[in-house]
Design a protein around this ligand. Structure first.
Ligand code: RNT
Ligand code: ZN
Length: 422
């Protein structure tokens, strides 16, 4: 049987099988339109950026390991890679840029000097693709971050420098949103913290609050810019205290109605981000996700279809809050083909959302409310062997992207035609 025919047939069988338990696969696929994933640009070049040639990720307790050949060395290569990724992933995507990915034309433009013009080509590029952009200030890989503090620094001139940087990033983000007609989510993550037990945790947190208040003074229309703040539990070099902890930012976000960015590598290993969604959304309008896979620590491995990611997707779908959740990725593995990393990770997130959308939630809720816990457990277990893969394959054909393992060969070809020649 021809492959296209086989996929269609498998989909029809899946459709019937899901219909038997009251799930409409067509409806689930329609809902996938709301699952818009923001691709983090930094997997293309291991968080190096283009401020200077051969820039490398430095400081801030985030690390990239591996030296797989073929990373993007220029913005052109990066765009070529991103186009390739998007040709292999179904559905709609956005792109999340970091401030170090501006077009600085070989000049050294310090972080307190960046302007919209450095990102205009990105905006035009996104516009051609009818794609939204997200933005991130870069408060690491810089000499003024080397002491381990940025927005909470006791060095007043450094603190002012970083405030100025984040303000400019918000301005640029708002312009991205305005020009593209799709709001830009600007995320602030800072590495501030201390390796050994500090005595003045309070002093740094007072400063961070003060800096944020100043940064957010200018209000941009919500149609242009949404502000997110991202916490962390610890980093390498900030093991004993992180200034921007979850408690800190949750408080700040609730008081100021900001978006909380939940990076699932940033919590105690047994804590589940999936559980936090319905808790936090009682108090703020929207959240941002940084979907990642931490292996033993915040290691930023490529996302896979695992229980953690699944619970996040299930909780969002069950609570019907897809429109209040901005889905972003945050992983960077330099030990394997980087295009492949994106495609596998993005598809894994999509598979998790599709799986969640194919759940007979009403039946499960009825069981739950009637105290029928064995029935709830049994049905949840049975869902794991339902043919959701056939539904995802069909979604790929609808989106005109390679189905199943076909993307592996495509990436291998791209590797020999393009990446190996870099
Ligand atoms: C670091 C944070 C942050 C970064 C990116 C590059 O621990 O997760 O989001 O990964 O900004
Ligand atoms: Zn993150």
């Amino acid at each position: 049987m021809a492959k296209a025919e086989l996929i269609k047939k498998a989909y029809q069988v899946a459709q019937e099988e899901y219909a038997e338990i009251g799930v409409d696969t067509d409806k689930a696929l329609k809902k996938m339109d709301d699952v818009i994933i923001s691709l983090h640009c930094w997997q293309t070049d291991d968080v190096g950026g283009f401020e200077k040639p051969d820039a490398e990720l430095g400081g801030g307790g985030i690390q990239v390991t591996g030296n797989y050949p073929g990373k993007a060395n220029t913005i052109e290569e990066m765009r070529q890679d991103l186009d390739k990724v998007m040709s292999l992933v179904p559905g709609e995507q956005r792109l999340s840029l970091h401030a170090i990915y501006g077009e600085f034309d070989g000049k050294l433009v310090d972080r307190d000097q960046i302007e919209v013009k450095h990102f205009q080509k990105w905006i035009d590029w996104a516009k051609e693709r009818d794609m939204g952009l997200d933005f991130n200030c870069t408060c690491f890989s810089h000499p003024k971050a080397d002491e381990g503090f940025t927005l909470s620094s006791k060095n007043e001139s450094y603190r002012k420098f970083w405030i100025e940087h984040v303000k400019l990033c918000r301005e640029i983000g708002a312009e991205m949103g305005k020009q593209l007609g799709k709001p830009c989510v600007h995320n602030t993550w800072i590495p501030d913290g201390s390796k050994d037990t500090p005595v003045d945790r309070n002093g740094h947190r007072v400063l961070l609050k003060k800096s944020l208040d100043e940064i957010f003074q200018i209000e941009y229309p919500k149609e242009h810019l949404k502000d997110a703040i991202e916490s962390k539990l610890f980093g390498i070099g900030s093991e004993s205290m992180v200034v921007g902890s979850h408690d800190f930012y949750l408080g700040y976000a609730i008081q100021n109605n900001k978006l909380i960015c939940l990076d699932n590598g940033h919590f105690h290993p047994t804590e589940q981000v999936g559980d936090k969604i319905s808790a936090i959304l009682q108090f703020v309008d929207e959240i941002l996700l940084h979907m990642t896979r931490g292996v033993r620590w915040d290691s930023d491995h490529v996302v896979t279809f695992n229980d953690e990611i699944l619970l996040i997707a299930q909780e969002i779908v069950r609570a019907k809050v897809l429109k209040r959740v901005n889905i972003g990725l945050d992983f960077f593995d330099a030990s394997l083909n980087r295009i492949g990393a994106y495609v596998v990770g993005t598809r894994a997130v999509q598979t998790a959302f599709l799986f969640a959308l194919l759940e007979p939630t009403d039946t499960l809720r009825k069981y739950e409310e009637a105290g029928k816990n064995f029935e709830r457990l049994a049905l949840l277990e049975l869902m794991k062997s339902k043919p959701f893969g056939a539904v995802y394959d069909y979604y790929c054909t609808q989106s005109k992207v390679p189905v199943g393992e076909d993307f592996i060969a495509e990436i291998q070809k791209y590797e020999s035609d393009v990446l190996k020649k870099r």
